[in-house]
Design a protein around this ligand. Structure first.
Ligand code: AMP
Length: 188
């Protein structure tokens, strides 16, 4: 089972992926987490990504595509995976299709977690307070930018998956357990 969790920053993709992965025995691939680890480790990828991430913009497609291409070769992905935060552009979606086709695999579903922007702002402010500002991009100014980037560059990928019959829309503006139940129902 290869799933994409799609949605704006703060929609709860990471929270839900952490729960659902255990139920289905999947690897959880968060490109944001991978990039933050690369920044912390000071790798070449991290050095290229840091300033862009701090600004709330997207890192270049070729950079993130090569990170994901390498990651899905890892043994823990053999059973399937949840992609959280990837793809975020049409070229990324097309590259993912090519990667999967090369491995004789395909996508099972794309779960769009829908949450109104006003709710997201409140959630990110809470996350910033709880983590003591651990994420440089969790502040109201950068969040506005990240939301704009989501609407301008990432949401336009949705019709691509809708046309493929893969899109399942979930109301993410509910309790965590209710969202989990809705995702499980959509996957069954
Ligand atoms: P996230 O934790 O998913 O919100 O990602 C944090 C930041 O990492 C984003 O604001 C981007 O700068 C970068 N990033 C993560 N995933 C991608 C992606 N698929 N394409 C481009 N940039 C990404």
């Amino acid at each position: 089972m290869n799933i994409i969790f799609f949605g704006p920053p703060g929609a709860g993709k990471g929270t839900q992926a952490a729960i659902i992965k255990n139920d289905f025995g999947l690897a959880h691939l968060s490109t944001g987490d991978m990039l933050r680890a690369a920044v912390a480790a000071g790798t070449e990828v991290g050095q290229q990504a840091k300033a862009v991430m701090d600004e709330g913009k997207l890192v270049p497609d070729d950079l993130i595509i090569s990170v994901v291409a390498e990651r899905i070769e890892e043994p823990d992905c053999a059973n399937g995976f949840i992609l959280d935060g990837f793809p975020r552009t049409l070229p990324q979606a097309q590259a993912l299709d090519r990667m999967l086709a090369k491995k004789g695999k395909s996508l099972t579903a794309v779960i769009e977690v829908r949450v109104p922007d006003a709710v997201l702002v409140g959630r990110i402010e809470k996350r910033a307070a709880e983590t003591g500002g651990a994420r440089a991009d969790d502040n109201p100014e950068t969040l506005k930018k990240r939301l704009a980037v989501y609407h301008e560059q990432t949401a336009p990928v949705l019709p691509y998956y809708e046309q493929a019959g893969l899109l399942r829309v979930i109301d993410g503006n509910r309790d965590i357990a209710d969202v989990t139940a809705a995702i499980k129902a959509a996957l069954s």
